[in-house]
Design a binder for this molecule. Structure first.
Ligand SMILES: O=C[C@H](O)COP(=O)(O)O
Length: 254
């Protein structure tokens, strides 16, 4: 079965209502160019209603950058799955390296968040994994990725509504992109791991690459056998760049 190319914009703590409108317009005007690509935009949570208003009739999904592992309660500043779903999200990023590094998303919380998305909502969990520069230098990349997958998916027994994003930490926001060969090597490892855990349905999950993907390197990355699209940070804030990246992913759907 062919995997549909998928491109996700992660605006992180950037963007505003004006960008919502210009990005929605740019994606609408270019829709025919990337008609075979599934496009998702994850703005900051407070911009989700504005996105829904600007792009409700368009073929672009809305995603959340995170959601709390509890259903409700005294968790000041957090958002529940029900809230992001009500705001229109169909996907949730889980375990982004910035949340792992700075916001207390340890292995236990990430496993709880993945389980919560899959058990308590109809949404798709986008699990982010990736090694640090030091771990790569120590040739521990595959061990680290396997450990992160094992920890996050320990309670999951079906390969439904799951996407994996490989984001080497050293490539995020640094301008240092993994070479297409480096990325492909890890994607193939992840696909093999998914096959061993879930069987053929696992092997057919979408695996995205993230880390300084730009308009000028996207096509080479997306040409790799196991790279099904991208999780885009900085370039997803620039409509022409993001549209060009979606167009590059279209080449996979042919
Ligand atoms: O979620 C997106 C990734 O962290 C990649 O960010 P970047 O494209 O700015 O390197």
């Amino acid at each position: 079965m062919q995997r549909q190319p998928l491109v996700i914009a992660n605006w992180k703590m950037n963007g505003d209502r004006a960008l919502v409108v210009t990005m929605a317009d740019a994606l609408r005007d270019s829709a025919a160019q990337h008609a075979g690509v599934s496009v998702v935009v994850c703005p900051p949570a407070v911009l989700m209603p504005a996105w829904q208003q600007a792009a409700f009739y368009d073929n672009v999904q809305l995603g959340a950058q995170d959601a709390n592992e509890n259903s409700s309660g005294a968790h000041t500043g957090e958002h529940s799955l029900a809230l992001v779903q009500e705001a229109g999200a169909s996907m949730v990023l889980i375990g982004h390296s910035e949340r792992r590094q700075f916001y207390g998303d340890n292995a236990k919380r990430i496993a709880a968040k993945v389980s919560h998305v899959l058990e308590s909502s109809p949404m798709t969990a986008v699990l982010c994994v990736g090694e640090s520069a030091q771990e790569r230098e120590q040739q521990r990349t595959f061990d680290v990725i396997a450990q992160q997958l094992n920890e996050a998916l320990q309670n999951i027994d079906s390969a439904e509504r799951l996407v994996i994003a490989y984001e080497p930490v050293w490539a995020i926001g640094t301008g240092l992109t993994a070479s297409p060969e480096q990325a492909q090597e890890v994607h193939a490892f992840i696909r093999n791991w998914l096959n061993e855990k879930f069987g053929p349905s696992g092997a057919n999950l979408q695996i995205l690459y993230g880390g300084s993907v730009k308009a000028d390197n996207a096509e080479q990355l997306f040409a790799q056998a196991d790279i099904d699209g991208g999780l885009i940070g900085g370039a997803s804030l620039v409509p022409e760049q993001f549209v060009a990246i979606c167009d590059a992913a279209q080449t996979r759907s042919k």
